[in-house]
Design a binder for this molecule. Structure first.
Ligand code: SF4
Length: 175
């Protein structure tokens, strides 16, 4: 077995919905080597080869894998979070066992408007000076807008989205 166990180190309220949770864990084994294999098989995963992290949606939750930690956000209940952690451990172990059949992907992903749009407030409020969030995402891909140009994104309720967007931008070398 590649990853033996996880241990919850912190449970925090979710900023998007106070009834939900954020869960931080530490894990028993270094999973850094499996991240490029997971990057190859998880659709829409965002891999950051420099910081070694992989972010993706799993059962509606926002998951970030690090070599020595798994963080979950937007977790409806502790039970669902624990169940997701067990499934993620199985996914990591199965992927590692099948690694001979998988071509690992080590590169940064191309920045895609859809990935940005998924993390924007999607209110189409127009405060950025553009007609909607999709236009803003497209402008970001073209380098014509920055995260700071979307005022609602700086509100507390979007803090997790902002962190995920920063991680996403880091994968293409934008700090
Ligand atoms: S300011 Fe932000 S939330 Fe409003 S339309 Fe622009 S990108 Fe969307």
């Amino acid at each position: 077995m590649f990853l033996r166990e996880w241990r919850i180190t912190e449970i925090l309220p979710c900023i998007v919905n106070p009834e939900w949770k954020r869960i931080k864990t530490e894990i028993s084994d270094d999973i850094g080597e499996v991240l490029p294999y997971l990057n190859a098989i998880i659709r829409d995963a965002v891999y950051n080869p420099n910081g070694k992290s992989l972010t993706f949606r799993f059962k509606g939750m926002l998951v970030t894998l690090f070599p020595r930690a798994i963080n979950l956000a937007q977790v409806p209940t502790l039970e669902e979070g624990e169940s997701a952690l067990n499934e993620l451990r199985d996914l990591i172990n199965n992927t590692w066992e099948r690694r001979d059949e998988i071509t690992p992907v080590y590169e940064k992903r191309t920045l895609r408007a859809k990935d940005i749009l998924d993390l924007l407030p999607k209110t189409n409020c127009g405060e950025c000076g553009l007609p909607n969030c999709f236009a803003f995402a497209m402008a970001m891909v073209r380098g014509q807008r920055k995260l700071s140009d979307c005022p609602p994104l700086h509100g507390q309720q979007y803090r997790e989205n902002m962190e995920a967007l920063r991680e996403l931008l880091k994968t293409v070398g934008i700090e």
